[in-house]
Design a protein around this ligand. Sequence first.
Ligand code: GYE
Length: 323
Amino acid sequence: MTIHRRTVLAAAALAALATVGASLPAFAAKPLVIGFSQVGAESEWRTANTVSIKEAAKKDGVTLKFADAQQKQENQVKAIRSFIAQKVDVIAFSPVVESGWDTVLREAKAAKIPVVLTDRAVNVSDTSLYVTFIGSDFVEEGRRAGKWLLERAAKTPDATLNIVELQGTVGSAPAIDRKKGFEEVIGTNSKLRVIRSQTGDFTRAKGKEVMEAFLKAEGKKINVLYAHNDDMAIGAIQAIEEAGLKPGTDIVVISIDGVKGAFEAMIAGKLNVTVECSPLLGPQLMQIARDVVAGKPVPKRITTVEGVFPAEVAAKEFPNRKY
Ligand code: GYE
């Protein structure tokens, strides 16, 4: 082999290495690391939300450090502190309640780790403590539930409708806002009165238990149930049936989320309407996290687009539901 040939071969080998090298892991961008603190597993909605986030991370090659807080704020604070200690690239979380986040978010800011809120908002004096909030407009969801009832009430203009309300977790953004939006709309019709309102903590078991107490206290006076999520409505439907009444007929049932269980209840004639709230936030979260780390500007608020599904369309829509 001549010197010249060796040189050519060596150059070719080097060129080949360079091409291969570009796709070798050692040369590839380091995978993004996101620490995510989830509220818990209290509802069908939450389970779908967790699946969406885990699947999106997997699909995008993101390293996800996932912590389930079992509905406790103190667990979320601990998780966030551990993400700071681990120096993750982005911290994301769905805050169980709105208040009490200032200190830990200041710690994240001091560590220069961007925070993305998903699903639920926080109440902090300094909004620079988080980069963006991706999720639904809960006040609007409450209004949509109220509007559906206003239209229904218009068919019986002389009747007074007694409403019982099952609120979500005390102090959580969806409980506060869904109550507010609903009240704002039904307040325009003096025939619509909320006679009882209590928390059912977004779970089926609690929804059933509180509905049993409502039925004991108010019995047949109850015309409408407004539940802040489908799971509580489904629990309450059981309580209504056990009391010998027909949910969907004797008591009109309105709820929020639009999970499959709600569609099944509508098809069975036991639930009258569900206002959609999408838990499928995973892909958006991954995109935003990438943009934030790349230094791209992101909107402070990203609102999910959603609809309203009355029982009449349930059977037709059921096959299209993704959660
Ligand atoms: O409606 C409920 C869940 O924060 C939007 O939390 C979410 C709510 C959802 O437990 O089912």
